[in-house]
Design a protein around this ligand. Structure first.
Ligand SMILES: [Zn+2]
Length: 180
């Protein structure tokens, strides 16, 4: 069940600021780019969407997997806020949903009292694409291949602290192949 918000959702909150533009990405589909210099630590754009309970979030994940099976849009737009709530950013009024994942990101999503802001981890140059680490768990890693090209990349979108597990599985698989 979606949370019934006490106030109507303000759909202008996540609006693209003049410092950003959306464009074709070398990473995946469309991405969000800096128009101008953005300093480290800047709160760049809010990641908005529907605030949902975990149960609702899991239900939506099942729907997403069903879409994936049918070959439809299977991107993940759920942002984990805490143990109880997520933000489902699959809404047209959330341009931050276009920000791609990178294993060596230049931004991060930070929780400011339950609201998620995309914040610059370092200075961004004009025309640089914004990225953050989606921080996916290791459970369904094969479903989320990564082509970010970073040194820290294990070939899949998995949070940094768990990438060693993916590397270990991949190494075992390639060793098994060589034996054949
Ligand atoms: Zn990567």
């Amino acid at each position: 069940m979606a949370m019934s918000p006490s106030k109507p959702i303000d759909k202008t909150r996540g609006k693209l600021p003049p410092t950003l533009r959306i464009g074709r990405s070398g990473l995946h589909g469309y991405g969000v780019f800096a128009r101008d210099f953005i300093p480290e630590g800047e709160k760049i754009i809010e990641y908005v969407g529907e605030r949902v309970t975990k149960t609702e979030s899991w239900r939506r994940e099942d729907l997403r997997l069903a879409r994936l099976k049918r070959g439809g849009d299977s991107c993940v737009y759920v942002f984990e806020v805490n143990k109880r709530y997520d933000i489902d950013g699959r809404v047209s009024w959330n341009p931050a949903r276009r920000i791609n994942h990178s294993c060596a990101p230049n931004c991060e999503g930070l929780d400011y009292s339950g609201r998620i802001w995309i914040v610059a981890l370092r200075d961004l140059a004009p025309d640089e694409e914004l990225t953050y680490d989606y921080g996916f768990d290791v459970d369904d890693w094969r479903e989320h291949p990564c082509r970010c090209g970073a040194k820290a990349c294990c070939g899949y979108i998995v949070k940094r602290s768990l990438r060693w597990r993916v590397r270990r599985v991949l190494a075992a698989e390639s060793a098994a192949k060589k034996k054949k």
